[in-house]
Design a protein around this ligand. Structure first.
Ligand code: AMP
Length: 197
């Protein structure tokens, strides 16, 4: 039962709408500590339900403090290795936030830079993207991550395999040290374990 989690009723309504009845093992393991604001390193495969395991707690945080509808800062950043994964994650975030006022945005390569800049000026609550294009926006001054509260790295091992380690470190350095960090990876061996550390 998802109602066992201390989730906002608008989120529980969205979960019910998707016909999720029982949480998956990764959701059972990750949602409670993520809701407490703890940093997590999670080993999880695609298909395990890992996306909901990080999306629900971060949306709950955004809803929890009576935030106004005026969007003034990016509060959550989700990094993924590919455009397709970023698009899929955006769809999942939109499904779970459908009964809220929260807005999400997508920044990936292969899209118009100026159109992305215009989207960033409207300041989404949640930004989802791939490292390369996010770095370009940081360098262009069109992206400000100084008030990010939650940083999520999904498929971290794949991001490293694709050579994004320098970009990831540069992005992380532009977020506050006080943030909550959630790292999901198929493995935590080797380089990805060191990155997580
Ligand atoms: P993911 O591992 O996040 O890519 O999720 C794999 C698929 O499982 C997605 O299509 C989700 O919509 C679905 N899913 C995630 N959690 C649950 C759940 N608790 N019950 C049923 N389906 C789920």
């Amino acid at each position: 039962m998802f109602s066992q989690f201390a989730l906002h009723e608008r989120l529980l309504k969205a979960v019910a709408e998707q016909n999720f009845t029982e949480p998956t093992p990764v959701q059972l393991a990750a949602i409670p500590p993520a809701l407490e604001g703890r940093d997590l390193r999670v080993t999880a495969q695609t298909g395990s339900g890992k996306t909901a395991a990080f999306v629900l707690p971060m949306l709950n945080r955004l809803l929890g403090d009576g935030a106004s509808h005026a969007r003034v800062r990016i509060r959550v950043l989700i990094l993924l290795p590919t455009r397709e994964l970023a698009q899929q994650t955006l769809r999942e975030v939109e499904r779970f936030s459908q009964f809220t006022f929260l807005k999400s945005g997508l920044i990936t390569g292969g899209e118009d830079f100026k159109v992305q800049g215009a989207m960033l000026r409207k300041v989404p609550d949640v930004l989802i993207g791939t490292p390369g294009r996010l770095i370009e926006h940081l360098n262009a001054g069109t992206l400000d991550l100084k008030e990010v509260e939650v940083l999520i790295l999904d498929e971290a091992d794949r991001m490293l395999d694709m050579g994004f380690v320098g970009d990831i470190e540069a992005i992380v350095a532009r977020t506050p040290a006080t943030r909550q960090t959630l790292l999901f990876s198929a493995t935590l061996d080797g380089v990805v374990g060191r990155l997580a550390q």
